[in-house]
Design a protein around this ligand. Sequence first.
Ligand code: ZN
Ligand code: ZN
Length: 318
Amino acid sequence: MSEKEAELTPSPAMVAKYSVVRALAVLGDTWTLLIVLSAFRGTSRFTDWQSELDIPKAVLANRLDRLVEVRVFTRRPSQAGGKRMEYFLDEAGLDLWEPLVAMLRWSRQWYGPEGHESLHFHHEGCGADSDLVLSCYTCAGPLTPFNTFAEPGPGEGLEARVEPHSRRRANSAIRHGEEAFGSSEALTFFGDMWAPAIVATALRGGRRFNDLVSYLRIPPLVLSMRLKELLAMGVISRRTIEDSERYEAFHLTRKGLDLFPYVAMIAKWGDKWCDDASGVPLVFHHKDCGHEYTPVFRCSACGGRIHRADVKFLTGQP
Ligand SMILES: [Zn+2]
Ligand SMILES: [Zn+2]
């Protein structure tokens, strides 16, 4: 976290602009993830989502309205005629393939069948089973938490906090976690507004309880709960630091650091689809090439760029 950011001491209602948090206000919701994932696999009708997910009617209607509002879906009268409407992925929705694939990749890596950890993607382009490597658009080199850094961008500043989509966790949605993400733990994590924001902030250097409270303006009670969950998941570890003062610091484990591609893709989506026309709040730099970076996926076997059509995850095929 930069000094400049630390100086910005927001009033309780205001929070530092952060594309990850803006994106999570849309996506940090379990039902939303399940609805969108299912849309990538071809679902487009209200009744099909209802029967597939066993989702309450009012909840589904609410999520679809919101997703139309934020241009994830476009609503069109059904070709079959009548009053029925169908929902199709709009531009912002199609762009969600990158964060979604990053979520699925991480879930397979950490919750998939033993021995298949990194061979979970079949690249038609080269015919190999490979991993998706988060790469720099400019130089094609890999992006890691250690060779990248963020600086305030033109859109830096404070804004009223975007309220999360839903305050309560939907237990009836979580039971789909095993099927959708290989574990209910993974769905609970990705379908939350706060847990990914905590990891994203930790990736940028926020390690102390108070850093997280002041940057995210997260209610301390909620933060304590989420930190406990992240510790239990093995995403973070806790250490007591004896410096000039004694304090507890949270560190990302390997499992936590492996969330970097997901955080980078969520930030990319938020930059593009949740901006307020003042420019990006943060600019990301790739130390290896010295340029600002845009993250893309490349194939670990052939190095080729991966496009949405190359990804079978989203069509439900193994
Ligand atoms: Zn680069
Ligand atoms: Zn390949």
